[in-house]
Write a protein that binds this ligand. Structure first.
Ligand code: MSP
Length: 513
């Protein structure tokens, strides 16, 4: 009985455990989580993978600096990464460490296969190497003769006899892949970059290392450990069941999308598909490379001392604002600058004013005019209601931009609805309807507002799970929020009249000084 793919499978890079997480790492992770939650909301079966990249020289060096064995070091740092996932409410279905048996054993089998079929050969290589990138460069890649193009730090000259992977052999197939599947590398600017790189000529790459032992040993030549990138990239299939659980693997693979930063594009869009082609495994459907998060104009990273930790921001702005801010402020494929001021301004304008005040205002009115009980919509629906319905449709349709990883766009469209409800309240002046005893009209107004808030709770849930749950609880709805599915949950009229709302605390209270 053959099973087939029925799962939306998405991944983040696996992060080096040379250090603790900063907001750059969290950026990819949160975006992936929003996508995972969005797809679940649409009814997909989702498998969301993240994890840690624990082998290689860089991690070994970090361990040595701390006077620990690499494994001790990894075990010691790992909780910091798990805490980040918890803090940010990341809903990953699996977490892979490359030091797990389930990974190492499959890596050996995969590489043995490439070896057996003649895709690996022994040769000597000399060239510039950046340990921070764990990558060889060519002289043309370097900046100012000896600086790594990513880190702007001096590279090392490495000369080694290694096992080489016949990458060059796959150049024609890779070009065919980029041309026949333009969606394989996204955004387009990244596809063009990768295509030009491959067209410029591919050299074979070193697949093993000998000058340190912290890696997966090659089964046929145990003096060699696999180059950390071969080991790391394979996590996407070892964690999905490759070679261990065929049924699970067939349901998940090929991955729908690997989310990565543009710094690791070449590995994912060139090496990775070539490795898979060599082993006769399908290539992923998409590699999406987002831009860098900049702080004061520079890429966030450990080395430039701008490493801001997510908890510093979550402490001040709260989880929901943290998750919302980066996706709303920065267009995902481009570089973007983090600043405290712009985060403050998003909090105040979009969250506290547009959304928080709206919720507070509507629930206050239901409480004071109708004792908290949501009335049935009896008054006639007119133009204002039609506009509200249109805004709602706009939001639901617009959020589909998330499928294309255009988070900013999707959130802008969602805010058309949030602002639309604010305008609706202004247009209907429920306080006047109340004063004038226009009961039927007031019932209509209140119902429409609450019903729109119900939809908003569902629509914000992939991005702001805490606020969504709190709002949902305030609305006194019986069904659980996580049972809601789009598009039905966005339709008007799903709120049962007669439910009792509760004002509770403000959703986005004033920030502390
Ligand atoms: N271990 C490799 C990836 C192996 S995947 C098979 C690695 N790890 S890393 O810890 O250095 O993380 C790199 C990733 O972290 C980037 O691709 C990106 O997803 C994220 N980011 C790290 N700094 C970032 C910014 N300043 N801005 C945006 N994303 C950043 O590379």
């Amino acid at each position: 009985m053959g099973s087939q793919k029925d799962t939306y499978y998405l991944t983040t890079p696996i992060y080096y455990v040379n250090d603790v997480p900063h907001i750059g790492h969290a950026y990819t992770t949160v975006a992936a989580d929003v996508l995972a939650r969005w797809r679940r909301l649409g009814g997909d079966r989702v498998h969301f993978l993240t994890g840690t990249d624990e082998h290689g020289q860089k991690v070994a060096q970090a361990a040595a600096e701390r006077g620990m064995t690499p494994q001790e070091h990894c075990d010691d740092i790992l909780p910091r990464w798990r805490e980040m996932l918890e803090l940010l409410r990341i809903s990953n279905d699996d977490f892979i460490r490359t030091t797990e048996d389930r990974h190492e054993e499959r890596v050996q089998e995969f590489m043995q296969r490439l070896y057996d079929q003649g895709d690996l050969y022994k040769a000597t290589y000399a060239g510039p190497y950046c340990v921070r990138c764990e990558a060889y460069y060519t002289d043309e890649d370097l900046v100012d003769a000896d600086l790594c193009p990513i880190h702007r730090k001096p590279v090392e000259q490495l000369e080694q006899e290694n096992w080489f992977f016949r990458l060059s052999k796959y150049a024609p197939l890779l070009l065919e892949l980029y041309d026949e599947h333009p969606e394989f590398v996204q955004p387009d600017v990244r596809r063009n970059e990768v295509r030009a790189f491959v067209e410029g000529g591919l050299e074979d790459i070193s697949a093993t290392r000998t000058e340190f032992a912290w890696g997966v040993p090659s089964p046929w030549d145990p003096e060699h450990v696999f180059y950390v990138w071969f080991d790391a990239l394979l996590n996407y299939i070892t964690a999905a069941g490759y070679g261990a659980d065929d049924d699970a693997f067939l349901r998940r693979w090929p991955a729908d999308v690997h989310l990565i930063g543009k710094d690791i594009l070449r590995f994912h869009a060139v090496y990775w598909p070539a490795m898979l082609m060599a082993a006769g495994v399908e290539v992923p459907m998409q590699v999406y490379a987002h831009g860098f998060l900049l702080v004061g104009g520079e890429k966030m990273g450990k080395s430039n001392a701008t490493g801001i930790r997510p908890e510093e921001l979550v402490d001040h702005f709260g989880l929901d604002c943290y998750r919302y801010y980066f996706l709303r402020e920065i267009s995902f494929g481009h570089d973007g600058t983090f600043s405290w001021e712009s985060m403050e301004s998003r909090y105040t304008t979009d969250l506290a004013n547009d959304l928080g005040n709206l919720v507070n205002r509507v629930l206050n009115m239901v409480s004071s005019y109708r004792d908290g009980v949501v009335p049935a919509p009896v008054g006639a629906a007119g133009e204002a209601e039609a506009q509200l319905a249109a805004d709602r449709e706009h939001a639901v349709a617009g959020l589909a931009a998330f499928d294309r990883l255009e988070f900013k766009r999707g959130l802008e469209d969602l805010w058309v609805l949030v602002r639309g409800v604010n305008r609706y309240v202004e247009a209907r002046t429920p306080w006047k309807q109340n004063k004038e005893g226009a009961d039927a009209d007031l019932d209509r107004t209140l119902y429409e507002c609450v019903d729109a808030l119900r939809a908003i709770a569902v629509l914000i849930s992939p991005v702001m799970p805490d606020a969504a749950e709190e709002l949902w609880a305030k609305l006194g709805l019986d069904e659980p929020l996580d049972a809601q599915r789009l598009p039905e949950a966005g339709e008007p009229g799903a709120t049962p009249p007669g439910v009792t709302v509760e004002r509770g605390r403000l959703l986005f209270p004033k920030l502390e000084e």
